[in-house]
Design a protein around this ligand. Structure first.
Ligand code: FAD
Length: 501
């Protein structure tokens, strides 16, 4: 938009949750690995100076022509292999015939139910994602206008209860509801609007960035710099400065002061309002409101490198979801009771099946992620962490996912809720911002334009529309539009840019 942009990052490198951990020849993406809606990336990589591409919501790019100049994105098939404790599995992809054959193989009684689910989830996707996905719900009125549609589509009922209407088989109920966990949503509580994920993936597939998500991050940094943006690392912001109800800049932990006409916070919601904005600047986001915010769960993530046996690809795929005997009980332990369950549900990432360059020859690099309660639980992770690492890896070995793993390990590293809390500044170590329950969705999710001070904008997973890579890219576009509107750059961007130049 012709604005001078400086990114201030607390840590010593880019990526945030998508940071990379490198050690002993292994490359571990620390966070996101499932890339959905690559067209949003293409939109970013196609951006040129003076052409902000604020509209339309979904550009008509047919291929990933611009993206491929920065990073190679490859489609995965299956998207996930979902493993059940009885040794069976479901290979999930966007080939309708294949999906039907998987359902026929595991739960023939649910074939007809899937056809009804498909019809209804598609309608939710059409309205909730394609038509309303980029709506900034700045007031209750914005929500009231669309509420009748959401009610008609039954999109406000909890996702698991929605899925139960169509599927009798417990395995199918899990297959078609677990995905909200990937963005911090408890399937028992998130609204059924999240059933759209099925169609988001059906439409655009699931992709992987060769070289890891870190390669994508490097591509985005290069793009930002080509557009004239700059990044300063190890520059933690201590306070957002205001004068007469308007932002005037920030002050860093070092005491350095930087002036700015506009400040966009990409940090956690409670951190931004509770710590970066002075109490006297917060009328709408007082401590009472921040305390009432229900935060998403946290994660325990074990990164490990091991000697290959050569047969890893027989039972496992690039993305694996390992379900436990319990589903509803496990979710209640993590989200409601906030206790550490004895059994596990894992998401096991084995990217070296797609890109062997992420590990030394003859080795694999992997991570396994276990949802755990956030630090409101009072668990002492300094004490639990090493034991939990051992337990999680031993499970992969003894349950036969990676037989003999304990003897083949050559490198381990792990993060706990403490990493999210103290390194990434996420309140209580939440992994995905405010939990996406109905009463923290749309107008009820923190807004991307601050109500408290003019010139302050918010972006990323804590804000609208929510967590996950596609959502944070949508959030960025929505926030950019608000800034453009407020600075008068939206209606006639070119003329205004010329005037500014
Ligand atoms: C382990 C894991 C796996 C995931 N897997 C997937 C996946 O496969 N697919 C998917 O789509 N999504 C996935 N997600 C979700 C996705 O990663 C996030 O929703 C998304 O990356 C969040 O981006 P963000 O920019 O909002 O936040 P962040 O990436 O957390 O960025 C916030 C940045 O702000 C910085 N910061 C904080 N406070 C300050 C301060 N005071 N001053 C300066 N800088 C500050 C932080 O250091 C950080 O770099 C995953 C998340 C995790 C944790």
């Amino acid at each position: 938009m012709g604005l001078e942009v400086l990114v201030l990052e607390k840590l010593d490198g880019p990526g945030g949750r998508a940071r990379v951990h490198r050690a002993e020849g292994f490359t571990f993406d620390m966070g996101p690995t499932v890339i959905t809606v690559p067209q949003f990336l293409e939109d970013l990589f196609a951006t040129r100076p003076g052409e902000p591409r604020l509209y339309p919501d979904f550009p008509a790019e047919e291929d990933l022509r611009h993206t491929s100049q920065y990073v190679q994105i490859v489609p995965l098939d299956p998207f996930y292999r979902i493993h059940f404790p009885d040794g069976t599995h479901f290979d999930y992809n966007n080939d309708r015939e294949h999906l039907l054959s998987e359902i026929r193989r595991l739960a023939p009684e649910d074939l007809e139910g899937y056809l009804r689910f498909e019809r209804d989830a598609r309608a939710i996707f059409q309205r909730g994602f394609l038509e309303l996905g980029f709506t900034h719900f700045g007031s209750l009125w914005d929500l009231l206008r669309v509420a009748p549609d959401l009610l008609r589509l039954d999109a406000v009922r909890p996702l698991f209860s929605f899925v139960k209407k169509y599927f009798q088989n417990p395995k199918m109920r899990q297959v078609f509801s677990f995905e909200s966990l990937l963005i911090g949503g408890n399937p028992l509580l998130v609204p059924a609007i999240y059933a759209m994920i099925h169609f988001v993936e059906r439409n655009w597939g699931v992709h992987f960035a060769m070289g890891g998500t870190g390669a994508l991050v490097r591509g985005l940094v290069r793009k930002l710099e080509e557009l004239g943006g700059r990044i300063r690392y190890e520059a933690p912001v201590r306070r957002i400065l205001t004068r007469k109800g308007k932002v005037v800049g920030v002050v860093l932990e070092s005491g350095e002061r930087l002036d700015a006409e506009v400040v966009v916070s990409n940090a956690d919601y409670v951190h931004t309002y509770g710590e970066l904005l002075a109490p006297e600047d917060r009328f709408w986001h007082g401590d009472w409101r921040l305390k009432r915010t229900r935060l998403s769960m946290s994660l325990f993530v074990a990164y490990f490198g091991f000697r290959a046996r050569g047969d890893e690809g027989e039972r496992l795929r690039h993305h694996n979801v390992l379900l436990s005997e319990r589903y509803e009980g496990l979710l209640k332990d993590i989200f409601h009771r906030k206790v550490l369950p004895e059994d596990f549900a894992h998401y096991l990432h084995l990217p070296t099946l797609t890109d062997p360059s992420l590990a030394p020859p003859g080795h694999h690099a992997a991570y396994t992620l276990v949802p755990v309660p956030h630090n409101g639980s009072g668990l002492d992770w300094r004490e639990i962490g090493p034991r939990y690492l051992e337990k999680a890896l031993r499970y992969l070995d003894e349950a036969g996912y990676l037989p003999g793993l304990m003897d083949r390990l050559v490198y381990t590293h792990f993060v706990t809720p403490d990493y999210f809390q103290w390194t990434l500044n996420s309140h209580l170590g939440n992994a995905f911002g405010p939990e996406p329950v109905l009463w923290q969705t749309a107008s009820f999710r923190p807004h991307n334009r601050s109500e408290d001070v003019r010139g302050l904008y918010l972006v990323g997973q804590s804000y609208q529309p929510g967590a996950g890579l596609p959502s944070v890219m949508m959030s960025a576009k929505m926030t950019a539009r608000l800034i453009a509107q407020d600075l008068g750059l939206e209606r006639a961007p070119r003329a205004l840019l010329e005037a500014r130049a």
